[in-house]
Write a protein that binds this ligand. Structure first.
Ligand code: ATP
Ligand code: MG
Length: 248
């Protein structure tokens, strides 16, 4: 195993004239969870798309599992996009089976068993034969998660996976994420909730394409100097500190 699961070195990325990622560096250890937190437009989705190889940085480099980030690594990467990219006319089972096949699960019996396993895991067994367009928003999220993890990838990128999930399922998902991490997978997750953030081993607070603070939830809370600080307090503390440094 490489020492770092992901190495992002001084990358920048722009959409036209708009600089969205500004000289960013990140190192993520294998077998850990890394959370990206930041307001709308901070660059979380763009950073994830760069790390999975769907976008190319204009400068700097990204290495995943010791290799240059590219779509060639797709078999080793699970990616749950912010908006589910599913085939509405196919059933839940057919969608997951489709992703399992494109991610290289060739053995039919093994694939079929694993597809059933992930359907149960996201608690959609009763809906397995329903077409995706007949599902609620939260259910579509769950199918999308199942598609991302079906091939047991060591690197998993989840872009706001808990949006629209009910509280019980959120707990269920985090229990499962923690099992994945224990078994050696590396999880990169973006979120707006401090509830998700509290589960991560390490967090990056992002704003305007930059990381304004990085550390474990505990370290970030301690940095505020207040014993009873919440992660929300810590987030505001770092944003205000950055504003002051910028003279705002
Ligand atoms: N395809 C695109 N073309 C042009 N600009 C884009 C495109 N996608 C994103 N942007 C811009 O890039 C910036 C970062 O967007 P991004 O989607 O990475 O943010 P985010 O942190 O994921 O936000 P959210 O919390 O809303 O999902 C925003 O200013 C956005 O308007
Ligand atoms: Mg986003």
């Amino acid at each position: 195993m490489t020492e770092t699961a992901i190495d992002v070195n001084n990358i920048s990325f722009s959409y036209g004239k708009l600089k969205v990622i500004d000289d960013m560096s990140v190192a993520i250890s294998p077998g850990t969870s890394y959370g990206l937190l930041g307001p709308n437009g901070a660059g979380k989705t763009t950073l994830i798309r760069l790390m999975v190889g769907l976008l190319k940085p204009s400068s700097g480099s990204i290495r995943c599992l010791g290799k240059a980030a590219s779509r060639e690594l797709a078999h080793q990467i699970g990616y749950m996009p912010q908006l589910p990219a599913l085939y509405n006319e196919l059933s839940v089972r057919q969608n997951i089976d489709f992703f399992a096949r494109i991610y290289g699960m060739k053995h039919k019996k093994e694939r079929s068993q694993r597809v059933d396993e992930v359907i149960r895991l996201v608690d959609l067994w009763q809906k397995r034969n329903a077409h995706v367009n007949q599902l609620s928003g939260g259910m579509k999220q769950r199918v999308s998660l199942a598609c991302a993890i079906v091939h047991r990838p060591p690197l998993i990128f989840l872009d706001e996976p808990t949006v629209g999930l009910d509280p019980e399922l959120r707990v269920h998902f985090w229990n499962y994420f923690e099992e994945l991490i224990k078994s050696g997978s590396t999880l990169i997750i973006s979120s707006h909730t401090f509830d998700d953030a509290a589960h991560c081993n390490k967090l990056a607070f992002m704003r305007l394409g930059k990381i304004v603070a990085e550390g474990s939830p505990r370290e970030l809370k301690q940095a505020t100097g207040k014993l009873d600080a919440t992660l929300e307090n810590a987030f505001l503390y770092f944003i205000r500190r950055e504003d002051k440094a910028d003279g705002k």
